[in-house]
Write a protein that binds this ligand. Structure first.
Ligand code: ZN
Length: 279
């Protein structure tokens, strides 16, 4: 474990917010970013992700079922803006989203750090993934029409460096789509009732972005025309989790559309979309 300064502004080591077992989420008093501190070192995280994804055929299948509604929504969202082109999916896991995009005519590449996931994507889906992390691959400037990353940014020790790298490899006008969890509002409510939970998923998640903070990062780095969506919800295998996901997912979708696409229900995962500024 190592103690760090705020990954966004480096102004502070943060003030305690929530605990899960021995792990502590803190809030930066200058920029309000919420992050894990202290946190595992980069080396130990890399080791951890070799084993992070579920093992065995049944859990790969249930993972696919869980993610399918979110992938389908993202795919149809991308089709609204682009008919095809070069797409990079970062943290592609077993490759189901990539396979879907390839089928609809995109020239799609993926990056993954788990060897197990890469083997599956190659053997079962015939995809070729590059070993990550993204910064080590060294793509040329302005190489892609779209970059996607589902549930990746909350795992990254240097989220700003990651967003800058996405910006660099996108063509002007290119599209960045990120899917991320937003857990703090739920934690705040449960704390009122002293309900124990592990919703932050520590120490796997190093941070908890709010829609406002992530959009601020997008704009600072050079993405414009940013928009947020609820973007569907996952269908976990576990009945209790699935029921909660369907309930809160449909409620938040309904409120989003009823409010004229303004209300982003707190505490559920969201999708953000931004376009690389032309100059
Ligand atoms: Zn900060």
């Amino acid at each position: 474990m190592e103690e760090v300064s705020c990954p966004l502004c480096e102004e502070s080591k943060g003030e305690p917010l929530h605990r899960e077992d021995s792990f502590q989420m803190v809030r930066c008093p200058s920029c309000q970013f919420i992050f894990l501190n202290p946190r595992p070192t980069s080396d130990s995280l890399f080791q951890f992700y070799q084993q992070y994804l579920p093992e065995g055929e049944t859990s790969i299948e249930s993972w696919e079922k869980m993610m399918r509604p979110v992938f389908q929504r993202a795919a149809s969202m991308l089709r609204q803006y682009r008919r095809g082109g070069r797409l990079l999916d970062v943290g592609t896991g077993f490759g189901f989203f990539l396979a879907e995009m390839k089928k609809s005519g995109w020239e799609a590449e993926g990056i993954e750090i788990s060897q197990k996931a890469m083997d599956y994507a190659r053997d079962a889906l015939g995809l070729t993934l590059l070993p990550g992390p993204l910064e080590k691959v060294d793509f040329p400037d302005r190489d892609f029409d779209a970059v996607t990353a589902f549930y990746v940014i909350e795992h990254l020790p240097r989220p700003i460096a990651f967003l800058k790298e996405c910006h660099r490899i996108l063509k002007p006008g290119g599209l960045l789509l990120l899917r991320y969890p937003h857990t703090t509002p739920i934690k705040n409510v449960l704390q009122l009732f002293s309900v124990k939970n592990h919703f932050y998923d520590l120490p796997a998640h190093l941070s908890d972005f709010s829609p406002k903070i992530i959009q601020g990062c997008f704009e600072r780095i050079g993405f414009g025309n940013c928009r947020h969506l609820i973007g569907g919800y996952t269908l976990p295998h576990d009945l209790e989790k699935r029921t909660a996901s369907i309930l809160f997912g449909s409620l938040s979708e309904a409120l989003f559309y009823l409010s004229g696409k303004k209300l982003l229900f707190p505490g559920v995962s969201k999708t953000i979309l931004g376009f690389k500024n032309e100059r």
